[in-house]
Design a binder for this molecule. Structure first.
Ligand code: NAP
Length: 482
């Protein structure tokens, strides 16, 4: 039994939920019970927010170098525990151990980035005497300070990475946090919280509540003691949060249907290799997964001929088995939804080139061609291991198709023509545009966030710290001297 099994982290202690209820966390691969999580209710939420207020009172007055020292210890512990955390990720999420180890391996580095950026909260000095009528008797400057209690709500698909992209910037810049991880993947978040507890984070600075987002979400986002909500998840839930939150800061990292344009002058071998990775990692359950390929009609046949064998080579299966590259989807409901979406597209005239077979919660990597860009499988977020292909006869039309969904998170273009690359970089409405790679690439330090229905605000440690801090203007009013 781990210290956090069946517990919430509130006020520095691992405690049972007020109701005493717990639930089993099960493997999406074989249904085995892999841990136990406490089921919080709104009273637990109230206690967690109170504890976070008390934690904030201490943490905001803790010098940045002391905060950074604790963050560095937490980072070292996250590094030491990579294998333990990877095993938990793979068990509860169903992704391959190969992918889980990569994800767990980034946590320490994200905390170190936070430790640095959180010690760089510079302000500006203000040239007040440039204001007509003001002399040199006044001095003005800005201070950057933490917002206060941050509610962090995270999804199932990257249970470590996306938790870290909230905890690291929030804690390093002096905020306290109430974290609500996805109900299907709570154990990874608890194991990561343990690193901060063991590193000596003061009581109440980090609180973790587990349970159902539907049950707990409203209480978390409505509470006026909360000054910032950092949410990653679906556009539907993000929209609800905007309606309930009231006056507080919001960062919303939401859904997508990411496009990749392959022009007739592209390096086809490179484009095929990149799509065979970017469409299928984590069984396509990535917000920046390649969903739509818009390929120039002149090279469509060659592109598909290059892509198909690469996709068929992807080793899917038991997440914990040696050699497995891609594991399961998160649960049966999601697996059935993705399979049905592929079937519907085929019923409407699309052509299934490969894959799309269901085996438990595994779906074999699929390519669906001849897809109408206005059809559901292109317009709605698929969040599964399939890439849908449609054609274009010009860059102008390709850009139009790329921008034709409600979303705008990541995008890519393959071309050797610099003008096409520049035009795409300027014209695609997405938060990140990749030239000669797909959207499925992220450095943890870069600004990262969506346009349109893909969200509000930016993550990436430095950007997230900007969004989790306030700028205060201070004016010292002196008297004029002779
Ligand atoms: P989700 O269903 O929206 O859930 C995300 C989180 O919100 C979970 O912790 C969930 O709790 C909680 N939640 C559910 N209902 C809530 C409510 N009414 N109020 C507040 N919180 C609530 O998303 P998901 O299925 O876990 O994740 C997949 C989605 O996340 C996809 O749309 C994907 O594109 C998006 N995503 C976006 C990014 C990005 O950076 N833009 C990154 C990763 C994922 P429960 O688990 O208990 O329901």
């Amino acid at each position: 039994m781990r210290v956090f099994d069946g517990k919430l982290l509130i006020g520095g202690n691992w405690v049972s939920s007020i109701s005493g209820l717990c639930e089993e966390v099960k493997s999406p691969y074989n249904g085995e019970v892999v841990g136990i999580a406490a089921v919080a209710n709104v009273e637990d939420i109230d206690m967690a927010i109170s504890a976070a207020e008390e934690g904030f009172a201490i943490w905001r007055r803790t010098p940045a170098h002391q905060r950074a020292a604790i963050m560095m210890k937490a980072a070292a512990l996250a590094d030491e525990r990579i294998e333990e955390i990877a095993q938990i990720i793979s068990s509860e999420n169903g992704k391959s151990l190969l992918e889980a180890r990569g994800e767990a391996g980034r946590c320490g580095e994200i905390i170190r980035l936070g430790a640095f950026e959180g010690s760089q909260l510079y302000g500006d000095s203000l040239p007040l005497d440039a204001n007509k009528g003001t002399g040199q008797e006044k001095i003005g400057f800005t201070l950057r300070q933490p917002v206060g209690v941050v509610v962090a709500i995270s999804p199932f698909n990257y249970p470590a990475l996306l938790v870290m992209h909230k905890l690291s910037p929030a804690l390093s810049s002096g905020n306290s946090v109430v974290l609500k991880p996805a109900q299907s993947t709570p154990l990874t978040a608890l194991a990561l919280a343990q690193c901060f507890v063991d590193a000596g984070l003061p009581a109440g600075v980090l609180n973790v509540v587990t349970g159902s987002g539907t049950q707990l979400g409203d209480a978390l986002v409505r509470d006026s003691r909360v000054r910032k909500i950092s949410f990653t998840g679906s556009t539907a839930v993000g929209t609800r949060i905007t309606q309930l939150a009231g006056v507080k800061k919001l960062s919303l990292e939401l859904g997508a249907s990411s496009p990749v344009i392959v022009m007739d002058d592209a390096d086809l071998e490179l484009a095929a290799r990149a799509v065979s990775i970017g469409g299928y990692i984590n069984a396509g359950q990535v917000c920046i997964s390649v969903q739509r390929v818009i390929v120039h009609e002149k090279i469509k046949r060659d592109f598909l001929d290059a892509l198909k064998p690469l996709v068929e080579k992807i080793n899917v299966g038991d997440p914990k088995a040696d050699g497995t590259e891609v594991g399961t989807l998160i649960n049966e409901r999601e697996t059935n939804r993705v399979v049905a979406s592929i079937r519907n597209a085929v019923d409407q005239g699309a052509v299934l080139i490969t894959g799309g077979e269901k085996n438990g919660n595994i779906i074999t990597p699929a390519i669906v061609s001849e897809v109408d860009p206005s059809s559901n499988i292109a317009q709605e977020e698929l969040f599964g291991p399939a890439v849908v292909v449609s054609t274009t006869d010009s860059l102008k039309q390709a850009l139009h198709i790329a921008n034709s969904t409600p979303y705008g998170l990541g995008s890519g273009i393959f071309t050797r023509e610099v003008n096409s690359a520049i035009q795409a970089a300027r014209e695609i409405d997405s938060g990140v545009v990749h030239v000669n790679w797909t959207p499925l690439w992220r450095a943890d330090l870069m600004p990262y966030g969506g346009f349109k229905a893909s969200g509000i605000g930016k993550e990436g440690v430095r950007s997230a710290i900007e969004e989790m801090t306030e700028v205060k203007t201070v004016i010292l009013h002196g008297q004029s001297w002779q």
